[in-house]
Ligand binder design. Structure first.
Ligand code: DX5
Ligand code: ZN
Length: 220
């Protein structure tokens, strides 16, 4: 297996010491920082938005991997870009037309990602693959950290990887939800090269660096 990229999800961090938590992820050699934005409409939870991202931007030069679980990405793409996001990943199932969301994110200067909820089939993203940089496959229902990994999403990851290869595209394939040192193994084997991990990094008893190290070790 190729080396995976690990994107720790700040949703599982202790928000009273956000700066120290970011530092721990950086010192643990995180490849990116995953930022889960929730609007209380697209998902039944509310997290944080551009002001928090702007603060995190000042603390690290790592790629900010922003996952916007919101109904209206077109309306907010610029705000997330200006806050310092690098990747901006919206949901295919959101209320805005996909082509408009892609265009708004490009215009704002971010790399474009599309995320799929568990019930959305792999084929739904195929028509967009040549216009985007990243596909994010949810391995839990979006909305909350700390949920159980859905192994039934593995064939979807494999199908998207096959299509990326078949068309010789340079699209990153990321998986998100319930990933730890055990579930990372099938996820990477099916072709995900980028792994989001909240609980297994920021709540690891041995510390965030240990959580990141275990993810790499499991698939090397
Ligand atoms: C869920 C979020 C995930 C979540 C991952 O809606 O998109 O990024 O924070 O957390 P864990 O790793 O705890 O499942
Ligand atoms: Zn996420």
């Amino acid at each position: 297996l190729d080396r995976i990229l690990v994107s720790p999800s700040v949703l599982a961090a202790d928000f009273t010491e956000l700066a120290a938590e970011i530092d721990r992820a950086v010192q643990g050699k995180a490849d990116l920082i995953h930022l889960d934005v929730m609007d209380g409409c697209f998902v039944p939870n509310i997290s944080f938005g551009p002001p928090v991202i702007k603060s995190i931007r000042k603390r690290t030069e790592l790629i900010l991997d922003t996952h916007i679980m919101i109904e209206h990405p077109v309306r907010y793409a610029k705000a997330f870009a200006e806050a310092g996001s690098d990747h901006l990943t919206f949901h295919l199932e959101c209320a805005d037309p996909t082509a408009e969301a892609i265009e708004a994110i490009r215009q704002a200067g971010c790399t474009v990602g599309i995320s799929l909820k568990p019930a959305t089939p792999a084929e739904a993203v195929f028509p967009w693959l040549d216009r985007i940089d990243l596909v994010l496959v949810m391995t839990v229902e979006p909305g909350f950290g700390g949920q159980k990994f859905m192994a039934d999403q593995m064939p979807k990851i494999a199908a998207i990887r096959r299509e990326i290869k078949r068309r010789n595209l340079h699209v990153q394939l990321e998986a998100d939800g319930g990933i730890d040192e055990t579930t990372v193994i099938p996820t990477a084997s099916c072709g995900a090269n980028m792994i989001v991990a909240g609980t297994s990094v920021f709540r690891h008893p041995g510390g965030a660096a240990e959580g990141i190290r275990l993810l790499h070790d499991a698939v090397s």
